[in-house]
Design a protein around this ligand. Structure first.
Ligand code: NAP
Length: 465
């Protein structure tokens, strides 16, 4: 075993979402006999990745994770460098010169593709794109075309529920959250009356979680609608509903809603359909040519194992917008091999692999870009722990940076004219957003904790003072 040189190990982490912050935090706390110096990069001027740009604004409990991440970054032993796009502003070659090891925690932010005719029609939207819009992502347009009265949401995961909830909820009930002004205005103008959520399998095969499902019942002026013909349980469903508490709870909740048959005359309805698979998004005619005018679903039946097969029976729903919430997908990372099918960086327990399946020294992956977009935020910790374990094991061979000086990378960013932001900048932006919330509380009908700043140039200007 070689001894560590007389300097800290320089580590770059790409992505300041939960995966990146957990990785940095766990490494600083790990038992080791060398010092570390960590730079945590993000392409956005603000930290927190998926929490800031993926969690629905009316989920303050999850946003609370931000408090824990804030504590980590506020300690001062991890340097945050925002507004730096890996692959554009800094290349793999640059990082190799300045760091001994690099962890990629770039997540998965794109929509998985739904390969059916009509998926490209105007009015067919990716769920992840809509999430980015309502979370005030700097890189998506400020306007979202909310003109449909009847809307379909495809998928039975938590993102589908988020999307359906945000589409059906009364905009005024979201004012207490941190939604940006443009999002409130957009949702307020929406003429939507019916939101249909479609699962291709049965009520015992949903991917939601119980808390998120039950939340649907609390929306004001929204009636829940369920249909008896969608309630089918095969042997595998019965078994899941007796052996898995989560499934048991959700089947119970859904069955109660079915029996209760809500009809309060609310101005909006949220329909939950099961055992229906999308076959085609139907185009309109005449002035609606090229636009979504309907959704054709095939009725499915369970095959005994919890999977489904088609019945050959089709149902057309007259909807003017379709949201595809069938899962996220990763994006290639510049300079690394990429598994297009799974949307991940090929890796072995976090060690990045080359095209021949051999570990690339000094390169690691963590979070959704490592294992795919499944699991709750907390699960990312286990990932980070595994990746850090590999890094600690490889440590004796890692000391390879030619220019390990901490200032050198800052000089490089300055030289290239990159408007990077730092932790102090985030503290300024954070305070600014909170003060906008106080201001809006003074002039509006409800208490608002925060109003998000959306435009990248504004985020950078406020952060950089
Ligand atoms: P997900 O949980 O994987 O759900 C994807 C859904 O899309 C499944 O119901 C799946 O059905 C369906 N689907 C996939 N391909 C389809 C197709 N071709 N046609 C019709 N349906 C299709 O993905 P997600 O909702 O994007 O969530 C990703 C992760 O983030 C999950 O772990 C989720 O729990 C988490 N998350 C949590 C929260 C929260 O509030 N706690 C919020 C958002 C996301 P099958 O099951 O039949 O494949």
């Amino acid at each position: 075993m070689t001894t560590a040189p007389d300097r800290p190990l320089r580590l770059a982490i790409i992505g300041a979402g939960p995966a990146g912050v957990y990785t940095a935090d766990l490494l600083t706390k790990a038992e080791r006999d060398f010092e570390v110096s960590i730079d945590l990069f993000d392409r956005y001027p603000a930290p927190y990745g998926l929490i800031r740009y993926g969690v629905a604004p009316d989920h303050p409990r999850i946003k609370g994770i931000v408090k824990a991440l804030h504590k980590v970054l506020d300690r001062g032993d991890i340097r945050f460098l925002g507004g730096v796009d890996f692959g554009t502003d800094l290349t793999l070659e640059d990082l190799r010169r300045h760091y001994d090891a690099i962890v990629f925690a770039t997540g998965a932010v794109k929509d998985a593709a739904l390969d059916i005719p009509g998926a490209d029609l105007e009015g067919s939207f990716g769920g992840a794109d809509f999430v980015s819009w309502y979370d005030g992502h700097p890189d998506v347009p400020r306007e979202w075309p909310l003109t449909a009265r009847e809307v379909a949401v495809i998928g039975n995961g938590n993102v589908a529920l988020d999307v359906a909830r945000m589409l059906s909820k009364q905009a005024d009930d979201l004012l207490v959250t941190e939604i940006p002004e443009n999002v409130y205005e957009g949702l307020k103008s929406s003429p939507v009356t019916d939101v249909h959520v479609f699962g291709r399998r049965g009520p015992a095969q949903v991917k939601f979680t119980p808390l998120e499902l039950r939340e649907l019942a609390h929306a004001r002026d929204v009636d829940l609608k369920l249909y008896p013909e969608d309630f089918e349980f095969d042997e595998a469903s019965e078994e899941a509903a007796t052996t898995n508490n989560q499934i048991k709870t959700m089947v119970g909740t859904l069955t109660n809603w079915l029996v209760e048959d809500q009809d309060t005359g609310a101005s909006r309805r949220l329909h939950l359909h099961f055992l229906q698979q999308p076959v085609e998004i139907l185009p309109g005619e005449g002035e609606n040519a090229g636009k979504v005018a309907g959704l054709r679903m095939e009725r499915m039946e369970l095959d005994g194992t919890g999977n489904v097969r088609g019945t050959g029976e089709y149902i057309d729903y007259p909807v003017q917008a379709v949201y595809r919430a069938i899962g996220y997908h990763g994006s290639p990372v510049s300079g690394l091999t990429y598994d297009e099918r799974r949307g991940v960086i090929p890796n072995d327990a976090g060690r990045v692999l080359d095209e021949d399946g051999n570990p690339v020294p000094g390169l690691y992956a963590s979070g959704w870009i490592k294992r795919g977009p499944v699991g709750l935020i907390g699960h990312t910790k286990g990932d980070a722990l595994e990746t850090i374990g590999c890094l600690l094991e490889d440590e004796p061979d890692l000391w390879t940076a030619d220019v390990p000086d901490e200032q050198a990378v800052i000089d490089l960013l300055e030289e290239r004219g990159i408007e990077y932001t730092q932790w102090e900048g985030w503290l300024k932006l954070d305070e600014h957003e909170l003060s906008l919330g106080t201001e809006a509380t003074g002039t509006g009908p409800v208490e608002r904790e925060r109003v998000k700043v959306v435009a990248r140039e504004d985020m950078v200007r406020i952060s950089r003072g």
